[in-house]
Design a binder for this molecule. Structure first.
Ligand code: FAD
Length: 398
């Protein structure tokens, strides 16, 4: 039984991972929604994505995991290397170990494939309407009876609730928290995809590779059913370079990895097209909602990608918001506060842990040597257990 004021449909701004997840989660509780997306086509930018068991457990419950096609890879481990010497430092088991310990898989896949599965699931629900070319510009009116948004082209849409799932540069957040400012984190991520059959044997295994050195780290994993390698290079930058998803110059990224092991230099040199993302952070919002508008995913809490959890947090948010709205709250305000209480501490913990990982990955000198010694002395299962707090989340009901 949904809260009393939810007496119409909900508008969700943004048909990204969080927006589609929210529509699916609401529909499962009988709450109708209209998802509005600014782009001409429903699709997902970016390259690969890793999803831990905290996210796949929810996708499984929603029936989305089964919709993912043959492109999904279940990596068997994370192999951690020193980026300068090339020495293998440690191994974190994934594959069967994750499935057995957390009851859901750890997967890697193309972001577009996850998006397609969410879209297919959303289209299968009568309670979900999807609309393209509707770029929310502002909240036109918000009263005790409803909320209306205005699009860039002047079109308007009314609803009983507005969910801002419009990503890191959210317009809905601008309306709710106009003083919240994004800050460059000092790190830029470069991404590319490579044909795995052309690469050295060590990059053809079903594993996530992590290479760490002062001022830079590299992550790679197979996607596309194991045919493609997703490569992410993160470098320290003095200032934010232009653009989000802008083209990156191959020579510039090659220069950063010039002194790395030969295999890595060859890997970096083999990539033709790079896209780069200046990574941003934002001070924590005191409130994720105002009146009949609420935020979710990157719009509420941009997360550095060093724990590979941004999309997972958007999926967890969607699940929690739907539960709060469908629960026994006496009012919409109370339901939105319940959602925020369910999520704020969890997200803050993940944000802090992600930031800490970024710091650890880029250590230099004595600190890096100490890090390498600790990793080298750690048993694989012990390293996996360190993620219990992250991956067990929501497991009891899963
Ligand atoms: C380098 C890098 C690597 C990453 N790796 C991982 C990973 O391995 N695992 C993981 O879980 N996460 C990862 N993330 C994070 C993840 O990509 C994001 O956290 C996630 O996509 C957030 O989803 P979202 O739905 O909140 O926002 P988005 O995916 O950004 O979706 C927002 C949607 O809203 C639309 N939109 C924007 N403005 C408007 C508007 N005004 N009106 C209507 N529509 C609008 C956009 O077009 C888009 O479709 C990574 C991020 C980066 C940068």
């Amino acid at each position: 039984m949904a809260v009393p004021q939810l007496d119409g449909h909900v508008i969700i701004a943004g048909a990204g991972i969080g927006g589609l997840a929210a529509a699916i989660a609401l529909a499962r509780h009988g709450i109708a929604s209209k998802v509005v997306e600014r782009e001409k086509v429903f699709s997902a930018e970016g390259a690969g994505i890793q999803l831990g068991p905290n996210a796949t457990r929810i996708l499984k419950r929603w029936g989305v995991l089964g919709r993912l096609g043959g492109g999904v890879v279940c990596p068997q481990c994370i192999e951690i290397h020193d980026g300068r010497s090339g020495a293998k430092l440690a191994r974190v088991p994934l594959g069967d170990s994750v499935q057995a310990r957390y009851g859901a898989p750890y997967i890697t896949l193309q972001r577009a494939e996850l998006h397609r599965a969410l879209l297919a699931q959303a289209r299968a629900h009568d309670a979900i309407v999807l609309k393209r070319r509707f770029e929310v510009e502002n909240i036109f009116s918000s009263t005790a009876n409803g909320i209306a948004v205005q699009a860039m082209d002047g079109a308007r849409a009314k609803a009983c609730l507005l969910i801002g799932a419009d990503g890191v540069r959210s317009r809905v957040r601008e309306a709710i928290a106009p003083h919240a400012e994004l800050k460059f984190s000092g790190k830029t991520a470069w991404r590319t995809l490579l044909d795995i059959s052309t690469l050295a044997a060590r990059f053809q295994t079903p594993a996530v590779g992590l290479w760490m050195a002062a001022n830079a780290h590299l992550v790679h994993y197979p996607v596309g059913g194991g045919k493609t390698l997703n490569l992410v290079a993160v470098i320290d930058d003095a200032c934010a370079q232009q653009g989000w998803n802008a083209r990156g110059m191959p020579d510039e990224i090659r220069a950063h990895f010039r002194d790395w092991p030969d295999d890595i230099e060859t890997l970096i040199s083999g990539a033709g097209t790079w896209r780069k993302w200046p990574l941003v952070e934002m001070p924590r919002l005191e409130s994720w909602s105002q009146g009949r508008a609420v935020l979710l995913g990157d719009a509420a809490h941009p997360i550095l990608p060093f724990l590979a959890q941004g999309a997972a947090m958007a999926i967890e948010d969607a699940d929690a918001l739907a539960q709060a709205l469908a629960g026994h709250s006496s009012s919409l305000e109370h339901a939105l506060m319940t959602y925020q209480t369910m999520r704020q501490r969890r997200v803050a913990a993940v944000q802090s842990a992600s930031r800490r990982m970024g710091y650890i990955y880029h250590m230099s000198g004595l600190a890096a040597r100490a890090r390498n010694l600790v990793l080298g002395a750690s048993r694989p299962e012990t390293l996996l257990r360190r993620y219990d707090w992250l991956y067990r989340f929501g497991g009891e009901e899963g």
